[in-house]
Design a protein around this ligand. Structure first.
Ligand code: SF4
Length: 123
């Protein structure tokens, strides 16, 4: 990865922002000193904990139990992350795999890559 600030899925740094109110801390804070933790779903305005969602083959994001279509909100969160990266000059990101936002092909991940951000994934 290139040098400079690194965007990181906030849950990977221990922020309890996942749908079920937990984190997915995989890296020590020592390793992450020059990181910016962002959670696109929180930036979209969702509360934590929240109902989980999945991305369908057509790209729509649907809540697992209620069936609510939350695609537009996910796109808002993704746009907020990309705008933040643009303003801060962030050109690389470490994202949590398997998420409809941060995972490979997820709404935020896709938009970051489309905007030239180099993305790596960690499960
Ligand atoms: S949207 Fe990203 S940062 Fe937020 S909980 Fe899901 S994987 Fe973690």
């Amino acid at each position: 990865m290139k040098p400079g600030p690194l965007l990181v899925s906030a849950c990977l740094l221990g922020l309890p922002c996942r749908y079920d109110g937990t984190s997915k801390n995989k890296r020590s804070l020592d390793e992450a000193l020059f990181c910016v933790p962002l959670c696109p779903e929180q930036l979209a305005g969702f509360s934590t904990p929240r109902e989980p969602a999945e991305q369908r083959e057509d790209g729509r994001v649907i809540r697992l139990y209620s069936g609510e279509d939350v695609t537009e909100a996910f796109e808002r969160g993704a746009a907020a992350v990309v705008e933040y990266c643009r303003k801060r000059g962030i050109t690389r990101a470490l994202l949590k795999g398997g998420s409809p936002s941060c995972g490979e092909g997820g709404v935020t991940a896709k938009l970051l890559e489309k905007n030239g951000v180099e993305v790596e994934y960690i499960d």
